[in-house]
Design a protein around this ligand. Structure first.
Ligand code: ATR
Length: 278
């Protein structure tokens, strides 16, 4: 049976094995999906061990924090969106080598447009953060065609660098792409995406509530307790809060399709997962 896993550190709370097992059941695919804790600094050895110990039936893996950059470096072939993100969360082991993709961006776009039912095209979008999580989703958010997309970060230089890297893509899609410091964001937005690690650090939401208007969709990439502070803040200010569970299921669906050639149904899996997590 074909084998897959999620590799990360920590990885014990990952929902990916459950999600992929449900996808396999619902599509009639035969596969086994586990989780592997990889020591810090040992990503390449971790991938080698997974492939060796499973005598060649490993077909790929998902990659989570903090190894997405290592996974990009290890890939012999990168999809354009993974090359732009410089981060990989899906590895496929094929005859011609290791292929790397990034499905996080399409995951959040699908969650916002399909599950939350909010259009990105033509709207104003604010992305908080300029680290790996933000880099992973910026390209597909641009491709979704907002009118204006502001990347705001505590360290302005990082937002500028990220925006510069995506300038050509933004031009191609007629998106007004800007970099701003977190404390200098002007105006209000239709969609807010929090890709900072501030909630994990137990901090306050790092932007003024004036970026929200009534009905703004405010998405945190985290879920569970890590997303609670951001979601409460959004709700208190008249926005519609949303956690990262939908993105998680959608990025998994994209990986599953890459590996298996079949698109799994996501709505029922997201509903089941929500019932388990909440
Ligand atoms: P990840 O891969 O999760 O994105 P990262 O690359 O370390 O992790 O990036 C963390 C992001 O969260 C950065 O945008 C960081 O801002 P800086 O670039 O200024 O460091 C942001 N961040 C972390 N803690 C924060 C806080 N307390 N307030 C505001 N932004 C914070």
């Amino acid at each position: 049976m074909d084998l897959y896993c999620v590799m990360g550190n920590p990885v014990e709370h990952s929902r990916s094995p459950w999600i992929h097992a449900r996808f396999a059941e619902l599509t009639g695919q035969q596969l086994d999906y586990g989780r592997r804790l990889v020591p810090l600094g040992g990503f390449e050895a971790g991938v080698e061990a997974f492939r060796k110990e499973t005598s060649g039936i490993a077909r790929g893996c998902n990659v989570t924090v903090p190894f997405k950059f290592d996974a990009a470096a290890l890939s012999q072939h990168l999809t354009p969106r993974a090359a732009l993100a410089r981060a990989v969360n899906v590895l496929s082991f094929r005859e011609d080598g290791i292929h790397g993709d990034n499905s996080d961006g399409v995951g959040i776009v699908n969650d916002i447009t399909l599950h939350a039912g909010v259009a990105i095209a033509g709207g104003d979008l604010l992305l908080l953060g300029a680290g790996g999580a933000s880099a992973g989703v910026l390209g597909p958010l641009i491709e979704a065609g907002p009118r204006r997309l502001v990347v705001a970060n505590r360290t302005l230089e990082k937002a500028i660098a990220l925006v510069q890297r995506h300038a050509a893509l933004a031009l191609q899609h007629h998106v007004a792409l800007e970099a701003q410091a977190l404390d200098a964001v002007a105006g209000s937005f239709d969609v807010l995406v929090n890709a900072t690690a501030s909630s994990l650090a137990g901090g306050e939401v790092p932007v003024a509530a004036s970026v929200l208007k009534r009905g703004t969709l405010a998405v945190d990439m985290m879920y569970g307790p890590a997303a609670a502070g951001f979601m409460n803040w959004a709700r208190e200010h008249g926005a519609v809060p949303r956690d990262g569970l939908g993105m998680l299921v959608e990025q998994a669906a994209e990986a599953f399709e890459t590996w298996r050639g079949v698109r799994p149904p996501t709505a029922p899996v997201l509903a089941e997962l929500r019932a388990i997590v909440e």
